[in-house]
Design a protein around this ligand. Structure first.
Ligand SMILES: [Zn+2]
Length: 1016
């Protein structure tokens, strides 16, 4: 699953909605080694054979399965016949109706779940058949489960107190189901539909347990001795505002089951270690409203329901690959589509189909092309081939996450799949490509090999994020640009998480609501841990480890330890020290100091580590040395393995003094600080000019800028620091050695307010904004003429390139750099004349924009204008809205930009939009985030010292939690729980809001977990 821009933190939020805001974001360029060859290894040959066995199962085969009593008589014997729609069952007659009423009145206390209490299922579902009868406000779901006893269960139990766990459990089939959503009407175990509650089965909050004795009795009556459990439930997707389980988005039905949504569809062992074959998923719905009926796997049959006069239609899907329930998906709607094909490395043709609302179908082409690139890249880099004949992607407007990797039926938030020059920015194009890659790569890292339990989430997410980062960097030949963007997220939202009350290791030890652990730590730091394997083992060694992992575990639900063992065994190395990364929370700190012996030509670098791990971590630290006199690299990148608390590394044979470039390419997710505690600004200026490592060159300039801004904030003498900043900026602006405009753009951007806030003891957002603006304006005034010339030159180059929209590196780089220039030029706006000049330039840019990147850049500048610029601001707000013509993704930007504006009355504007704008709705997560969360990220405005921003957020969250608790929990986690970093006045006011949310009647478990931890 792609957690999406919001859960992923502040920085990536701006990638999606405000990608032009240079004060928030940055990139650079750097070469990466070539991908490994695509030689087929032994295991991939085996997979090919496996594929032949699985992928082409034909209809006759399916029906032979259906005949095996695992299916509904109706659908099996005659799939075209309309299934029974007996009189609508009366809700309170449901078998679990009493339980539903009592849990609603007295919700059971939230329970913390611990990793070490893992116990495997004693009975597993191995085959499933489902029948969905979609009817407005009463969807009936019938299921047939084939159950097998899992004899090895006891041996695999890791429970700290296995006895307690065993005594607690009733021996039988343990099914999860949310009685508040799923009304159970029929239940039978083969041969018996008159089961006695509490004797044959037990219903308790969230559970239905069929006793072992009941299963055995059923099996004895079954001709094949199989244990078959059938159930019929009713759900109301139209009422599902949580967007978890099956829900209705506008006119379409859609599902989201990760992590625990399937229990909101029917009773089932809703945990990832129950991998079952979904032999038949039959969907039936009104023909006119739902001509497209989709589920996982291959389409076996579709047609008209018998006796319905063409008013009802059905489709039957079969997925040959066993999967956990979280990968199940169902979509039904009146959808437009585009289609393409991809020929795999073994020569098989796969049909690729992308669906969306009809009006958006024209915006799917970029995603389709991205998918082809991703499929090819995975074959070439990892030898991984797609395994079915069909791959579907559906765009959905209301979606909690970014996208979801359901087997062969990916579901995407429209914001992560639609792309069009008029409505999408360059950053959004790249993002679509990255997320398409991410979800596709999950087919192997996530679907074929999945997680044993949710504590292992990073096993699939850390690994797949790493794979999508590799893909994005290599496919666009911009590995360093991608690297800088990724590191900004790690240092931004992930480090912030490490510092706060939600801090957890990449493999957490406990949770109350699993949905709260789709975090930056699990995803981003998880990806950094995977990257460290490759740094330590090399590209070839990493590939060997991946091959071994698939060879051993294809088709299985496994753990992070299994992945580590595959890496270690394939390379013949001991990784037990490295394993500590999985259980260590917080950000490790590495300090450095050095000495140079001129006579011996010996440079000694001493590194020390400190972290929350009791024993030292294994930290790969990439280091290179540059000659102090010439700036030339005298020692190329070397990976130092920091294994002890303190280690000294020798570099001999040097002819003169050197400047070390440490932690190149951000080789480990740590904070790197000088042992003296004071950064050497001269060294930073030197590295900003000379470092051969693109990442560190950029980073050194950022640290230099940061040092100066911090001095302004702290009211320390800053004259010399500012001189260095101006010199470095001037050099970068004019450096003819920089050929890539993106690189120059990123080198000219000042560190974000959020980055700066990580370097102060008490965060004072207005003071940070003020200091940053002061330095920005100083630069702008000093280089105004140069900036204006550079801006005009780029405008001429862009105009000369013709009107065709391109998203190649050169075009994107030009737009990016020109918008940075625009930002500096328009920051000069103190006097009335300056305001007029600035407004005129931005308006011209806005009107002349040929795509969304430029338009949004200008709009965001205009939206913050006041004084003589106010008229230009208001007309831009009006024009942007009119031009949007109701397009939801463009309207999100319209809301977002206004919420992020730097205006004294921004909160009043946001309140007005939230309370009375007809296009605003709390029910749509994208819209809700565009306005509410963007405002909360507008630090200087949100942290207004009177607490008005906090109060507004509290008001909103109270409402949101009722509608969609996952969105509420994520917003709270991102905005309120960091109160310890603010002054007492702000901290008290933030806590007040947390307490208020905690005290709400019927507060959700999702939100409760966050506010409870947040208050500690
Ligand atoms: Zn994912």
């Amino acid at each position: 699953m792609q957690i999406g821009e919001w859960a992923d933190g502040i920085l990536s939020h701006f990638v999606l909605f405000l990608p032009f805001l240079w004060k928030k974001y940055a990139t650079w360029n750097h070469r990466r080694s070539d991908p490994p060859s695509s030689t087929l290894s032994r295991w991939s040959k085996e997979r090919k054979a496996d594929h032949k066995r699985n992928a082409h199962k034909t209809i006759p085969r399916i029906y032979s399965i259906m005949a095996n009593s695992t299916n509904f008589e109706l659908t099996a014997a005659n799939p075209t016949k309309k299934p029974r729609t007996d009189d609508p069952p009366v809700k309170d007659k449901a078998l679990n109706g009493g339980l539903a009423a009592s849990t609603k009145a007295n919700p059971p206390e939230a329970k913390e779940i611990h990793r070490l209490d893992y116990a495997p299922l004693r009975y597993k579902v191995t085959k499933v058949s489902l029948n969905f009868n979609l009817v407005e406000r009463r969807t009936v779901v019938e299921s047939v489960l084939t159950v097998e006893k899992f004899d090895a269960a006891d041996a695999l139990t890791t429970a700290t107190d296995a006895k307690v766990a065993a005594n607690d459990a009733v021996d039988g089939l343990d099914l999860d189901g949310d009685e508040g959503v799923v009304a159970l009407y029929k239940l039978s175990v083969d041969g018996c539909d008159t089961l006695v509650p509490d004797v044959d089965y037990i219903l308790k909050p969230g559970k239905l347990i069929i006793k072992a004795e009941t299963l055995r009795r059923g099996a004895s009556k079954n001709s094949k001795g199989e244990m078959i459990v059938r159930s019929t439930v009713e759900i109301v997707p139209e009422d599902n505002t949580q967007l978890s389980g099956l829900y209705k988005d506008g006119s379409m039905y859609c599902s989201q089951c990760e992590a625990e949504g399937f229990r909101r569809i029917t009773y089932y062992p809703d945990r990832p270690d129950n991998m079952a074959t979904f032999e038949s998923v039959r969907i039936e719905a009104d023909t006119d409203s739902f001509p497209v009926l989709l589920s996982n796997g291959n389409l076996m049959e579709e047609g008209e329901c018998e006796g319905s006069d063409g008013k009802r239609k059905f489709a039957i899907w079969h997925d040959p690959f066993p999967k956990p329930s979280y990968l199940f998906a169902l979509v039904a709607g009146d959808l437009g589509s585009i289609e393409g094909t991809f020929t795999t490395m073994s020569g098989r043709e796969v049909i690729l189909r992308f669906y969306s609302e009809h009006k958006n179908a024209g915006k799917l082409n970029y995603a389709l092309e991205s998918l082809k690139r991703a499929m090819k890249w995975d074959e070439e880099t990892y030898g991984l081939e797609y395994d079915l004949d069909l791959f579907n992607v559906v765009a959905v407007e209301s979606f909690n996450m970014g996208a979801m990797e359901n087997k062969s039926l990916n579901v995407f938030n429209t914001s992560c799949v639609l792309a069009d020059p008029v409505t999408s920015t360059d950053a959004e194009y790249y993002r679509v490509e990255g997320i398409i890659g991410h979800e596709y790569f999950h087919n192997w890292t996530g679907n074929r090999v999945t997680c044993r339990d949710w504590f292992q989430l990073t096993l699939k997410e850390g690994l797949t994020v790493y794979r999508d980062q590799q893909f994005s960097g290599q496919i666009n030949n911009c590995a360093a640009v991608t690297r800088i963007q990724n590191v900004l997220v790690v240092r931004g939202s992930q480090f912030q998480e490490d510092d706060g009350p939600m801090s957890h290791p990449i493999r957490p030890d406990s949770y109350i609501a699993m949905d709260n652990f789709y975090t930056s730590t699990v995803y981003r730091k998880g990806a950094e841990v995977i990257r460290m394997y490759e740094t330590l083992l090399g590209t070839e060694g990493f590939r060997k480890g991946m091959d071994c992992y698939f060879l051993r575990h294809d088709g299985c639900a496994v753990t992070c330890d299994d992945f580590l063992a595959a890496m270690a065994d394939a390379n013949g190395v001991d990784l037990s020290q490295f394993a500590r990364w999985y259980s260590t929370s917080g950000t490790p700190v590495v300090t450095y100091s050095s000495t140079f012996d001129q006579q011996k030509g010996l440079f000694q670098l001493t590194l020390s580590q400190s972290s929350r791990s009791e024993e030292p971590l294994l930290i790969p630290v990439a280091v290179g040395l540059l000659d102090k006199q010439t700036g030339h690299e005298v020692t190329p990148t070397t990976i130092l393995q920091l294994k002890e608390c303190t280690q000294t590394f020798d570099f001999a044979g040097l002819k003169g003094g050197v400047v070390p470039s440490i932690l190149r390419n951000f080789s480990a997710p740590v904070k790197i600080v000088p042992a003296s505690g004071v950064v050497d600004e001269n060294d930073l200026a030197f590295l900003a000019s000379w470092d051969t490592d693109g990442f560190n060159r950029w980073d050194s300039a950022q640290k230099l800028y940061e040092a100066a801004i911090l001095k302004v904030i702290n009211q320390e003498a800053h004259g010399e620091s500012l001189d260095r900043v101006l010199k470095t900026f001037g050099q970068t602006l004019k450096d003819e050695g920089i050929s890539d405009d993106s690189i120059r753009a990123f080198a000219l951007i000042l560190p974000s307010e959020s980055t700066l806030s990580k370097s102060v003891t008490i965060i004072d957002p207005p003071a940070i904004l003020k200091a940053r603006n002061y330095v920005k304006k100083l630069i702008a005034r000093r280089f105004k003429e140069d900036l204006l010339v550079a801006y005009k030159n780029l405008t001429a180059a862009i105009d000369a390139d013709g009107a065709t929209f391109k998203v190649d590196g050169v075009s994107v780089g030009r737009r990016r750099l020109r918008n940075v220039y625009l930002g500096y030029l328009c920051s000069i706006c103190e006097t009335g004349d300056e305001q007029k000049e600035s407004a005129a330039l931005a308006t011209e840019h806005f009107i002349a924009a040929t795509g969304m990147t430029d338009k949004l850049a200008a709009f965001s500048i205009l939206a913050s204008m006041s004084g003589e610029g106010a008229i230009a601001r208001d007309s831009a707000i009006e024009k942007f809205y009119d031009d949007a013509k109701g397009d939801p993704l463009v309207l999100n930007k319209w809301f977002s930009v206004q919420a992020d504006a730097e205006l004294p009355d921004v909160l009043d504007r946001v309140i007005k939009l939230a309370s009375s704008h007809p296009d605003f709705s709390l029910k749509n997560p994208n819209r809700c985030r565009a306005l509410i969360m963007t405002f909360a990220m507008n630090a200087a405005a949100f942290h207004n010292e009177e607490g008005k921003g906090y109060k507004f957020l509290g008001d909103m969250l109270e409402k949101i939690d009722n509608i969609n608790s996952k969105v509420a929990a994520r917003t709270t986690a991102a905005c309120l729980i960091g109160w310890k970093n603010y002054n007492e006045k702000r901290a008290t006011l933030m806590k007040e809001q947390l307490q208020r949310l905690k005290d709400m009647p019927n507060v959700s478990n999702d939100l409760l977990e966050i506010v409870t931890k947040g208050l500690k």
